[in-house]
Design a binder for this molecule. Structure first.
Ligand SMILES: Nc1ncnc2c1ncn2[C@@H]1O[C@H](COP(=O)(O)OP(=O)(O)OP(=O)(O)O)[C@@H](O)[C@H]1O
Length: 253
């Protein structure tokens, strides 16, 4: 077990945003989090990352409740790329990515070769090597998103939480990000709107609706015409792709 939630409930005022959410992310697997707008995906990811506290229920990491894990210890193993991540200062890309090493450094340790290697590898994996000396403000939306992903990778996390990480990326970078995340030796939980990409790359899928989990399982079990109609209100046909053997959705006009 890696990350697990048990009967998680979270409210804003009187409104229940997450209602009895229980699931387990298996170590090393890529878990896709799906659901219509407002179904609670971002809220759930923020609770998993420890940025919000549940009203009831728990989030555990390797069996330990995250409320007993310090911020630094959390940051040493869990990286979170938020949907609307911002960086205010006009740092160079490489300096933003270096911030990912922060949780691993102590007051007494200098910048090490391990830090340099982690930053270089993260820039390479996120396709940002050539942009590493560019100023933050000069980047496009997709490049900023890739730089944030590089920063998360530089953290050398064991759990990687990504909130719609492909929403600003061109198709080449969408596919390469999905391929990268699925190939990393980490547990990843990734909120996505592209159901075909989710079916193609994720090991397992969770579907949310109105703050509850309404389906979970392997892509073959989850991506069905009935679910697309009932949860996403779209007419579609689903076939097994002859190219990658995962479900492929044809939306109907
Ligand atoms: N600060 C807030 N105040 C009031 N309601 C909120 C707040 N933040 C989120 N919500 C509500 O919580 C619900 C879940 O929102 P959340 O952002 O988690 O959904 P989501 O599945 O990530 O949506 P999307 O696909 O649009 O990103 C929505 O109904 C939203 O309006």
């Amino acid at each position: 077990m890696s990350i697990r939630t048990e009967n998680l409930t979270w409210k804003i005022g009187a409104k229940t945003i997450l209602d009895g959410v229980s699931f387990e992310a298996q170590p090393g697997q890529m878990l896709g989090l799906l659901g219509p707008n407002g179904s609670g995906k971002t809220s759930l990811l923020r609770l998993l990352a420890g940025l919000k506290k549940p009203h009831s229920g728990s989030v555990t990491l390797e069996g330990r409740d995250i409320k007993s894990i310090g911020r630094r210890a959390m940051a040493q193993r869990v990286a979170f790329v938020e949907q609307h991540a911002t960086t205010n200062s006009n740092l160079k890309v490489i300096d933003v990515v270096k911030l990912g090493r922060f949780p691993h450094r102590s007051m007494f340790s200098g910048w090490s070769k391990t830090d340099d290697d982690a930053v270089a590898q993260a820039l390479e994996r996120a396709g940002m090597i050539e942009k590493r000396h560019d100023r933050w403000q000069s980047l496009s939306g997709g490049e900023k998103q890739r730089a944030h992903i590089a920063r998360a990778l530089a953290q050398s996390p064991q759990e990687l939480i990504l909130d719609e990480p492909t929403n600003h990326l061109d198709i080449q970078h969408q596919i390469s990000l999905m391929r990268l995340v699925s190939s990393l030796p980490v547990t990843s939980i990734i909120a996505l709107h592209d159901l075909n990409h989710a079916a193609m790359f994720c090991d397992r899928l969770i579907v949310m609706q109105k703050g509850r989990i309404v389906a979970s399982g392997a892509p073959e079990e989850i991506v069905t015409q009935e679910l697309l109609r009932d949860v996403f209100s779209v007419d579609a046909r689903v076939e097994t792709s002859p190219h990658h053997a995962r479900p492929h959705i044809h939306y109907l006009r």
